[in-house]
Design a protein around this ligand. Structure first.
Ligand code: ADP
Ligand code: UVW
Ligand code: MG
Length: 423
């Protein structure tokens, strides 16, 4: 009998849920439906739903549809839509759900997925402050699932697990090592479910074993990061102790001189008004995570709008666009050197990586000296497949777009280890 896996991805600006059917011991889970509510930081939020030949695209939702805790509200709205869809009989009784996979951004020292019981739940709660835009929302969703589908087994999949292979030099900060060890202050890195999916998909596309695959992967969404993958494993990534480090994002500053915040405000160390019982954040963290990035520079968090306005000459948007290109290129160059120039492909993924035609064009133009070049036609209209070539033929290194799928990655890992995870 096929069983149902629900995979939930609570991002900083979206909640994405995919439903799969799987037969234990058989092939990869089969996708039944994908639903997402996007634009949580740029209202109105929109609903997109695909199930077979039934499609809803960017249907606007009102604020009252989602309530005050938007990630949990989005999940409730999604589950209501799925369970009332007459064409999705597999989900008409939520008791039929076997596994629910949850993307949990910060998993601390966890290096593989775990079943969520009381102890793991409380441990994950203690990590919420290290992923202020993510963990608390994901845990609210775990609670909601537990209340609605008490028979389902909840599994947490961690965004930092893929980066457990970071060498010490990349992982370690140059600070007092006693304190670093005691307080677990190191680079964790995130977007790992996406990078695991990308590495596997590109290895299949290039017919090259994962163990021989060297790529520079860019996951560019509301949160953005770069990853240097050697022989299929992460050897460096741009996010750090928290998802704030590295590239700027929708509301995040990305890397800056750590002293800056003390010149920005005298309140840096005080608890922010945005702190709650579940989430303790300082004013500094509030400013750098929630009040910076594209929002601070341009007033919008939508990089599609920023790219369009930049091309029409809007100065603020042009500056935001140029900053992003500048920071991305820094990582591509650094990772190119870390791979000793032996690079199979530069891969664009995430909402901006997959849809941002101008952004890809601007980034690749700046790294042309390293042997990357775009085919303008393919870049403007990449095909529908999971991995698409957009590089110019005859150049040293490939340029690819990968339609990454964190939910599919969780469902696949879940099906492979189902019996182990159920214990
Ligand atoms: N046409 C487009 N060009 C560039 N960026 C786009 C376009 N359409 C959507 N985006 C961006 O994709 C981002 C969402 O990416 P996604 O990876 O889905 O986010 P999340 O971090 O919530 O998972 C949004 O910030 C939006 O600005
Ligand atoms: C880790 C992270 O920033 O995730 P997202 O881009 O989904 O917000
Ligand atoms: Mg995301």
């Amino acid at each position: 009998m096929p069983k149902v896996i629900l995979a939930i991805n609570a991002g900083s600006s979206s909640v994405k849920v995919s439903a799969f059917s799987y037969t234990p011991g058989k092939d990869d889970p089969k996708e039944l439906a994908v639903i997402q509510i996007a634009g949580l930081t740029a209202p109105p939020a929109t609903l997109t739903y695909d199930r077979g030949d039934h499609h809803v695209k960017n249907q606007e939702l009102s604020e009252s549809d989602l309530g005050t805790n938007v990630q949990e509200g989005a999940y409730e709205y999604i589950i209501k839509t799925l369970s009332s869809d007459k064409g999705l009989t597999e989900l008409s009784n939520t008791d039929d759900i076997d596994f629910v996979c949850h993307r949990v951004v910060h998993g601390g020292d966890y290096d593989k997925p775990v079943r969520i019981d009381k102890d793991t739940y409380h441990h994950l709660e203690t990590l919420s402050d290290l992923a202020p835009l993510h963990n608390a929302g994901a845990l609210e969703i775990v609670k909601a699932v537990h209340a609605k589908s008490p028979k389902a087994t909840n599994i947490a999949f961690f965004d930092n697990a893929f980066h457990q292979t970071l060498p010490a030099a990349a992982r370690t900060y140059a600070i007092d090592q006693e304190i670093a060890t005691r307080n677990k202050l190191r680079k964790y890195g995130f977007h790992g479910l996406s990078y695991a999916f990308i590495a596997r998909a590109v290895s299949t596309h290039l017919s090259k074993p994962l163990t021989g695959l060297n790529i520079i992967a860019l996951h560019l969404g509301s949160g953005a990061s770069a990853c240097c993958i050697r022989a299929g494993k992460s050897i460096d990534t741009s996010m750090g102790l928290t998802p704030l480090d590295g590239l700027p994002g929708a509301t995040r500053s990305g890397s800056l001189d750590p002293s800056l915040i003390f010149h920005f405000t005298h309140e840096a160390g005080k608890m922010s008004h945005g702190s709650t019982k579940e989430l303790h954040i300082t004013t500094a963290e509030e400013i750098l995570n929630k009040k910076s990035g594209w929002k601070a520079l341009t007033g919008t968090t939508d990089f599609g709008v920023i790219s369009q306005k930049a091309s029409e000459g809007d100065e603020k948007c042009k500056l935001a666009f140029d900053i992003f290109v500048d920071r991305i290129v820094d990582f591509v160059a650094a990772y190119y050197v870390k791979l000793g120039g032996k690079v199979d492909a530069l891969v664009f993924a995430g909402g901006i990586g997959e849809k941002g035609v101008q952004l890809r064009e601007a980034v690749v133009a700046k790294v042309e000296c390293l042997g990357f070049a775009l085919d303008e036609g393919w870049n403007a209209k990449p095909g529908e497949q999971i991995v698409v070539e957009i590089g110019k033929e005859g150049h040293n290194h490939k340029v690819l777009v990968c339609r990454t799928d964190e939910q599919a990655e969780m469902a696949r890992e879940c099906a492979v280890d189902a019996e182990e995870l159920r214990k």
